[in-house]
Write a protein that binds this ligand. Structure first.
Ligand SMILES: [Zn+2]
Length: 79
């Protein structure tokens, strides 16, 4: 039999995809939105930050653990 050292059962999405130095704020940090954007989909209204946070156009966030942060910044006033 092949060696079975693979740690199946502990598989989970990484909390952070951050490869920056110094590391960006974690998703649980109040500064979470200061992390770098690693995937931007403005046509869909969201961006993925390197700490795993989904940042929406309306300034709401979706954290990697599923927690939702309500929009907390005023939208830019329409001209
Ligand atoms: Zn980063």
């Amino acid at each position: 039999m092949a060696t079975t050292t693979t740690a199946i059962g502990t598989t989970r999405l990484p909390d952070s995809l951050c490869t920056h130095t110094p590391n960006c704020p974690t998703a649980s940090s109040a500064d979470r939105e200061a992390a770098h954007t690693i995937a931007a989909h403005p046509e869909q209204g969201w961006s993925l930050l390197c700490n795993g946070v989904l940042l929406f156009d309306d300034t709401g966030d979706l954290l990697p653990d599923g927690q939702v942060i309500a929009p907390h910044r005023p939208l830019a006033a329409t001209a």
